[in-house]
Design a protein around this ligand. Structure first.
Ligand SMILES: Nc1ncnc2c1ncn2[C@@H]1O[C@H](COP(=O)(O)OP(=O)(O)OP(=O)(O)O)[C@@H](O)[C@H]1O
Ligand SMILES: Nc1ncnc2c1ncn2[C@@H]1O[C@H](COP(=O)(O)OP(=O)(O)OP(=O)(O)O)[C@@H](O)[C@H]1O
Ligand SMILES: [Mg+2]
Ligand SMILES: [Mg+2]
Lengths: 151, 159, 151, 159
């Protein structure tokens, strides 16, 4: 049990380091509170965006928390891919540059899994293969207005 | 494998039966505030039994039934395909208001089934409540805000 | 006590109806759960964006909740103006059209109160009188990069 | 009346003493993720005593002191002007780490004061924790998500 936990943890940690660096140019790793007996402690994340010192998770900004959380989700995906990912406005805290970085990461991952991403932001919509439009023209009934193909 | 179609009927703001086709790769869903984008994500969580009604912004299951007409049932069907164009798996869930409350029925490949049987089938394809492949609106920072122990439990589930 | 509560409630409700209509083209009002003895019940909001039926607050979308909440804050402001308002990314759930509507409302209110609004979105930045830029060029220390005047 | 200047010294990511001038009207604050925008809003809440350390993303008050240098104190001063260019009110708060914990000092118009005295003065100008004039990141929908009773209490405070 502990053996399989440790193997899983090691693989996800390795993935996390690579993806966190890709998303925020910094160093990050996932850390066991109790290294000797992992199931007796929790799991924390040490993240250090570019040029900064190591930060406490709680004091991170909204954008930094989003990128760190997404790096963790992608680290799991690399280890145990699901057939589809459905994300609802995961880019809402991100500035222009980070929205683009996330959009490119999703694009590159979309060759091994399906991504359905609700977004209001240009970088995400422009990076996608296609956009499904929804609207409620009359009295609150949702209609799907069709699919717009990109480039 | 990927989602090839979602059939939504009378669920939340989808008063009319609606088929939404999906392709592999990267699809965005966009539209004005309140138009029904999050309700599509909710329909996937509802159908596959990945979340409770509370997380679907409904106090009781019957709040998921469209309020624009008198029909007292709603259903969502999620179809999966394995790339060859063939449908290789489908899950459907139907809820119906009755005098005593409401009934929730599950169907696996169009045959009556149970939530447990569906979860067993889905976890063969790495779809389970714990693998964070669905993120609801506002949830993106939740992995950071939960306790360290809860965060470790995510790894426990996967191991 | 009840008399002054009722007067305040009536004024804020009148303001809310006007502002909610301005922001979302719909009908809205704030409602006492217990009209006879207000302090025995709570306060709820009935909001009906344009063309829709009356909605339960809980089932509203992120953007609809934001506009309804902001209409409530502005309804209080009209009744009891504070000297300044500091908002941190209140436009993060809004689509392009609603971001513009909110930006114009803030602009029009800014002649009677000071507004300091953190935002990453163009409609808000373009409607403001000026923008204060912040950055952390080296090792995580915040510097204010100056004030850019508009128009 | 409006905020004419905020002087931040060693608070959160402001390692160097920083004066931020403000004018009347509509000002936006913008910059990359993690650059310190929300820390400016936090500095106002901290200085005027409008919120607890927990809501400032700090478990303990000393987490508000900048970690980039060895100084063990931080301070924020908010200056108000009434439009004539004259400063008519200023509030300052200083926290200092000591061996027994830390001390928090308040100053009203540069004279030692208490939180109660400052709250009395501020509420003359309609600045109080209950009047929702400061909204932190992610808080915008909080008025909708709180209970109906808590929402009514907002009106109680104002009446
Ligand atoms: N049972 C129901 N019957 C009818 N309409 C419903 C029902 N449940 C929810 N709705 C409506 O669906 C709409 C919300 O849809 P949704 O949350 O999907 O919007 P959205 O497109 O995600 O918007 P946003 O961009 O603001 O997040 C709301 O207006 C809500 O009132
Ligand atoms: N005591 C402290 N010492 C040094 N840095 C700190 C301290 N407290 C917080 N920080 C840092 O300040 C930065 C966050 O700033 P802030 O939350 O203001 O960003 P922001 O500009 O609002 O970003 P976003 O657009 O993502 O919301 C974080 O990187 C955080 O680690
Ligand atoms: Mg939504
Ligand atoms: Mg911020």
């Amino acid at each position: 049990k502990i053996k399989s936990f440790r193997e899983t943890y090691d693989q996800i940690n390795t993935n996390f380091k690579v993806i966190f660096n890709q998303l925020s140019d910094g160093e990050g790793r996932i850390v066991l509170e109790n290294d000797i007996n992992p199931l007796a402690g929790g799991l924390t994340i040490e993240a250090q965006p570019r040029d900064k010192k190591m930060q406490r998770l709680e004091s991170m900004s909204g954008g930094e928390k989003s990128l760190t959380a997404l790096a963790f989700v992608f680290a799991i995906q690399r280890h145990m891919p699901a057939p589809f990912y459905a994300f609802d406005e995961v880019d809402m805290h991100l500035d222009g540059i980070n929205s683009e970085k996330l959009a490119h990461l999703i694009k590159s991952q979309s060759s091994n899994a399906q991504f359905i991403v609700v977004s209001l932001r240009k970088p995400m919509i422009e990076a996608a293969d296609r956009t499904i439009g929804v609207t409620q023209k009359n009295s609150g009934i949702t209609k799907v207005t069709g699919v717009r193909l990109h480039g | 494998m990927h989602i090839s179609k979602i059939e939504i009927d009378n669920f939340k703001s989808f008063a009319n039966p609606t088929d939404i086709p999906f392709l592999q790769g990267f699809t965005t869903v966009s539209g004005p505030n309140g138009s029904g984008k999050s309700n599509i994500i909710d329909s996937i969580l509802f159908c596959l039994g990945l979340s409770s009604s509370k997380t679907l912004r409904a106090d009781r299951l019957f709040h998921l039934i469209n309020t624009h007409n008198k029909k007292n049932e709603a259903s969502v069907k999620v179809c999966f395909s394995n790339g060859t164009g063939q449908e290789n798996l489908s899950v459907k869930r139907k809820i119906k208001k009755t005098s005593a409350g409401f009934i929730s029925n599950y169907y696996l490949n169009d045959k009556t089934s149970t939530l447990n049987e569906i979860h067993d089938e889905l976890s063969k394809h790495n779809i389970s409540p714990g693998c964070y492949n669905v993120m609801m609106q506002g949830d993106v920072t939740s992995i950071i805000n939960i306790s360290a122990t809860e965060r470790r439990k995510i790894i426990d589930e996967i191991a």
